[in-house]
Design a protein around this ligand. Structure first.
Ligand code: PRP
Ligand code: URA
Length: 209
């Protein structure tokens, strides 16, 4: 069964409060999304496999550790997921990046896929799918379905705010995918928006509304 980690670190909770505020403008909103993504990434990468290496310090040879294998790929779900990309890359700058394009049909709230470009060697990588919002879970489930066709080593999902409905749907559909988020909110409203949430993440990042 999937692990669900809600990271209630004080720095994350403080930044999240400003992010939720409807009076926070796009410039500050973008910066906060990126900063929270960095802090979540620290938590989500906690169990990466390590291997021992020898490094010569100016004093002696140290037996020390580096991340083993082909390492990571980040896959933001367009559009809003791209807001988290700088933040996660600041911790893992050597990671490769794929993109999955998806938007929710305004009537049905079902995901409509429109783009998929993944690293050629994704089968040798640990994949982290990033998207600020997990509402019904439809977008995350569909994105992970697409990624699984390429058989990556593992998949984790990172979001900033999740709804209980989205967590249930995602863990039911993909029990092997661990979820990392900054908050699990109350519920979805009639328009499938997270309550209290932060509104439309894409519109707030890009100033499109
Ligand atoms: C938002 C968000 C997720 C999706 C979550 O994207 O960034 O991708 O909704 O909702 P779900 O869990 O119910 O699928 P949106 O569809 O608004 O597209 P955008 O990022 O292009 O604005
Ligand atoms: N997408 C968003 O951007 N916000 C929500 O609350 C739900 C889906």
């Amino acid at each position: 069964m999937a692990n669900v980690t809600i990271t209630n670190h004080p720095l994350i909770q403080h930044k999240l409060s400003i992010l939720r505020d409807k009076n926070t403008g796009s410039k500050e909103f973008r910066a906060l999304i990126s900063e929270i993504a960095t802090l979540l990434c620290y938590e989500a990468t906690r169990d990466l496999p390590l291997e021992e290496v020898e490094v010569e310090t100016p004093v002696a040879v140290a037996k020390t550790k580096v991340i083993s294998g082909k390492k990571l790929a980040f896959v933001p779900i367009l559009r809003a997921g791209t807001g988290m990309l700088d933040g996660v890359l600041s911790l893992v700058p050597s990671a490769k990046v794929g993109h999955i394009g998806m938007y929710r049909d305004p009537e049905t709230a079902l995901p409509i896929p429109y783009y998929c470009k993944l690293p050629a060697d994704i089968s040798q990588r640990e994949v982290f799918v990033v998207d600020p919002m997990l509402a019904t879970g439809g977008s995350a489930i569909d994105a992970i379905n697409q990624i699984k066709e390429y058989k990556p080593k593992s998949i984790k999902f990172m979001c900033i705010i999740a709804a209980p409905e989205g967590i249930k749907a995602l863990t039911d559909a993909h029990p092997d995918v661990d979820i990392f988020c900054a908050a699990c909110d109350e519920c979805l409203n009639d328009h499938k928006y997270i309550v209290p949430g932060l509104g439309d993440a894409g519109d707030r990042i890009f100033g499109t509304k």
